[in-house]
Design a protein around this ligand. Sequence first.
Ligand SMILES: Cc1ncc(COP(=O)(O)O)c(C=O)c1O
Length: 368
Amino acid sequence: MNIPVFDLKRQYKYLKTELDNAFTNVFDSGTFVLGENVRMFEVEFANYLGAEFAIGVGSGTEALHLSLKACDIGPGDEVITVPNTAVPTISAISFAGARPVLIDVTPDTYTIDTKKIEKKITNKTKAILPVHMYGHSSEMEQIKKLAEAYNLRIIEDACQAHCAQYNSRNVGTYGDMGCFSFYPTKNLGAYGDGGMIVTNDEEFYNRLIMLRNYGEVKKFTSQIEGFNSRLDELQAAVLRVKLKHLQTWTNRRREIAMLYQQLLFNSNVQLPCERQWAKHVYHLFVIRTNRRDALREYLQERGVGTQIHYPIPIHMQEAYKKLGYQEGDFPMSERNAGEILSLPIYPELTTEEIETVAGLITEFQGAT
Ligand SMILES: Cc1ncc(COP(=O)(O)O)c(C=O)c1O
């Protein structure tokens, strides 16, 4: 048996002709950077989410970094976010020159505990950066209220949450900017790196267009200092093909999640929750058990791949010791790191495979 935690080959097999044609068309066009595919994909992605504008960039990390720069957030500023996230959420903040201020997550959604935000707001706070972790929305209404009360920007890390919703509206469209990653294993994944920022604000849009391309307003004329962070034509062409399938894939992810929920209902692992205001898109299906490492080994020995997202919370990473936090500062995130396990979940996973994974988890519990 071999059920990997991710399997990108299955999707390619299924879309091979369409994807090969899309690639060939780009090669034939002779345009590889900021051409028709990027322009069209930006329009299609913005429409898809219900945003006014979209700006294709080099990665999800860059989407976050450029968004912070577009808000003029830098040295001396603080940005509120979570310790239970991928490192790039934090590196984007610190590379902008600002200080990440961490707040623990809730035990069920793994997203920012909004009750704890207000106490951490200081006169240096410039933005809240909620992470829609694993594909479940953060509590955007509370975040918006605080942002309005304290005049803060909201930059959403939606890198794991393509078409996840909060109160029936797509995440990424609540804040000043929403940031997406197209890393290959994401719900909408490229064949390399890629990212997107969505916004409803034309001024931010104009600034981001410059920031991603040497600060240029037109060729060889830089109005502001900028970077080189552009989504390329090959990736945009692939993403345009895949975007047409995203709704079906999201539905299938939700179906798989429901099946896992049913099959593991009587087990003693903690299953993911979906709050009534959220539409979870299950980028990851994360269970929690205090026998995580033994279970992971049991599954691995039987051909089932799993992953831990993430094993070391930010404040305990060597690179971020400089933030000055201690072990014990974020109990939920620390507990998660030792107990969470991501099971295989991708649209091509078969029902038989899901039953096998769930069956092995039940068997493990009976056997130990
Ligand atoms: C929550 C989160 N934020 C940011 C990123 C960074 O995205 P990228 O890998 O495209 O730079 C990722 C991707 O791993 C992520 O999962």
